[in-house]
Design a binder for this molecule. Structure first.
Ligand code: DX5
Ligand code: ZN
Length: 216
């Protein structure tokens, strides 16, 4: 499988959101990456359901929703109704992760689990086989435009090995600081989905930036 590109809407211009959504629609990007932050789990607040509803209206590609919120179980159905195709929760925010994964899958959405930079991939050993996606955070979550953490390569390799040993199919998604200097190495280590905010939206030609990341 060739890797997927998921531009992060967090870096879009919200004054012209429809224009930026159309740009992604027309590009070779695969998904929209949608960062929801509650100001509690992470030190930032992004956006909620009204923005998701507009995305749902205009986006022609699947919404990959990354929840950086505490107690995400409260909102699983609401995110399904708002059009999420993939719903990712943080392992650090879930006391009953297995239950949460099953609740997500029961709605028909794909289930993802995100790991903060300090969280070892080994914590996923008992649930990896049931996941559709693992989001490896390569920055501390909360903001776009941060510097990539180099230890991520090792985590991807470990996760790739765990997948092989278990016969698991979860996609490995890398989120944070993905740029033209590191994307090829990330793919070589086993990444399947690259999230890119700043690298896409601060480029003079965002569609060309997406095409370059997609080319590998
Ligand atoms: C960070 C978010 C990321 C962010 C990525 O908390 O989860 O998705 O938007 O942005 P860049 O690619 O600029 O690091
Ligand atoms: Zn994200």
């Amino acid at each position: 499988m060739t890797h997927l590109i998921a531009p992060s809407v967090l870096s879009a211009n919200f004054g012209q959101l429809e224009t930026d959504i159309n740009l992604i629609n027309k590009s070779v990007a695969d998904w929209f990456h949608v960062d929801v932050m509650d100001g509690v789990f992470v030190p930032n607040i992004s956006f909620g359901f009204p923005v998701l509803k507009s995305l749902q209206q205009h986006a022609k590609k699947p919404l990959d929703v990354h929840l950086m919120i505490v107690d995400p179980d409260r909102y699983i159905q609401a995110f399904k109704d708002a059009g999420a195709a993939v719903l990712t929760v943080h392992i650090e925010a879930c006391t009953h992760l297995h239950r949460t994964i099953h609740a997500i899958k029961q709605t028909g959405m794909k289930a993802g689990v995100a790991l903060n930079p300090h969280t070892p991939v080994s914590l996923l050993s008992e649930v990896l086989a049931e996941l559709d996606l693992v989001c490896v955070m390569s920055v501390n979550p909360g903001f776009g435009g941060q510097k990539f953490i180099e230890n991520t390569y090792r985590k991807i390799e470990q996760l790739h090995l765990m997948k092989e040993n278990l016969g698991a199919n979860a996609l490995i998604e890398i989120d944070g600081g993905v740029d033209f200097n590191n994307y090829q190495k990330l793919i070589a280590c086993g990444a399947n989905v690259l999230v890119a905010g700043n690298t896409v939206f601060s480029a003079s030609n965002p569609s060309a930036a997406i095409a370059q990341l997609k080319q590998g």
